[in-house]
Write a protein that binds this ligand. Structure first.
Ligand SMILES: NC(=O)c1ccc[n+]([C@@H]2O[C@H](COP(=O)([O-])OP(=O)(O)OC[C@H]3O[C@@H](n4cnc5c(N)ncnc54)[C@H](OP(=O)(O)O)[C@@H]3O)[C@@H](O)[C@H]2O)c1
Length: 268
């Protein structure tokens, strides 16, 4: 297993580090001696994480309160990273607003686009240039296994993750020859706060759950070796069936049946 500080450099940014997969990205990077800028809205969580990681690994951690549905959030990250030799960027913050699209508020859905798409594009542009200029670095995007076809009641979320996957693959081809490794990790069901959304019960259908530390660990281990990672055997099989064996329409119909069981009646 390579040491990430030796391989890429001594500073990383992780967005969405206040819980779940992002917090585990931060823990694993810190264990390799990488200093961190961690961003999210819940500053108390970020400060607690910073204390934990500094005590455990002696790394410097800068918590940044940032709402990444807003340009101000990106500006806060730009300011917090201006004086460091940033080597690794993890675009992980993300959210979903499940439910019948027309029953949801359009601004809520646009916030999902801003968080999952607009901000990663802004950060990739802003920070990717620095990685390319230093001739070595890594950028990770967190996608989803929902990215591979339309998903009823998660139509907008699935589409944002399809964007993330395609965007990352394009950047990987552009930046690979310039020394920057790009990876998109598409997690399947992962036990985090995200799956505890109101009106949604993912325990209503059988799921192959992964833990966030496994997802983050596999992603970091795959840097430089893969561009697209589907962590977990069951998720790999699902992707094969959904993308190679079934039509996109049939896949969406299966998603519809699953999500019909998962979402409460008032969300459908
Ligand atoms: N869990 C799953 O089953 C699953 C499956 C596939 C993909 N994913 C993806 O994995 C990534 C991480 O999610 P998770 O599962 O770890 O869920 P999580 O524990 O809910 O983490 C989401 C992170 O995003 C941050 N975030 C949400 N809205 C934000 C905003 N407006 N501005 C800044 N940060 C914001 C949250 O921090 P604050 O609330 O403190 O702002 C939190 O740190 C997401 O991109 C998600 O789409 C998750």
């Amino acid at each position: 297993m390579k040491n990430l500080a030796e391989e890429y450099g001594s500073w990383a940014l992780v967005t969405g580090a206040s819980s779940g997969i992002g917090a585990e990205f931060a823990r694993r990077l810190a264990a390799d001696g990488v200093n961190l800028v961690v961003a999210a809205r819940r500053l108390d969580r970020l400060e607690a994480l910073a204390g934990e990681l500094t005590e455990a690994h002696g790394v410097e951690v800068r918590p940044v309160r940032a709402d990444l549905t807003e340009r101000d959030g990106v500006d806060a990250i730009e300011k917090a990273t201006a004086d460091i030799d940033l080597a690794i960027v993890v675009n992980n913050a993300g959210a979903a607003r499940p439910g019948n699209f027309l029953k949801s508020g359009v601004e809520d859905q646009l916030d999902v686009v801003r968080l999952n798409v607009t901000t990663p594009v802004q950060l990739a542009h802003l920070l990717g240039e620095r990685l390319v200029d230093r001739g070595r670095g890594a950028m990770i995007f967190t996608g989803s296994t929902a990215a591979f076809a339309g998903v009823p009641t998660l139509a907008n979320y699935a589409a944002t993750k399809a964007f993330v996957g395609t965007f990352a693959e394009g950047l990987a081809a552009e930046w690979g020859p310039l020394g920057v490794d790009v990876l998109v990790v598409h997690p399947g069901p992962t036990r985090t706060e995200m799956v505890e959304m109101d009106g949604v019960d993912f325990n209503a259908v059988p799921m192959n759950w992964m833990t966030p530390d496994k997802v983050a660990g596999k992603a970091l281990d795959s840097l430089g070796r893969k561009t697209v990672l589907i962590p977990g055997a069951a998720n790999k099989v699902q992707r094969f069936v959904f993308t190679r064996l079934l039509s996109r329409r049939a896949t969406s119909a299966i998603w519809g049946t699953l999500m019909g069981r998962v979402t409460s009646a008032d969300l459908r």
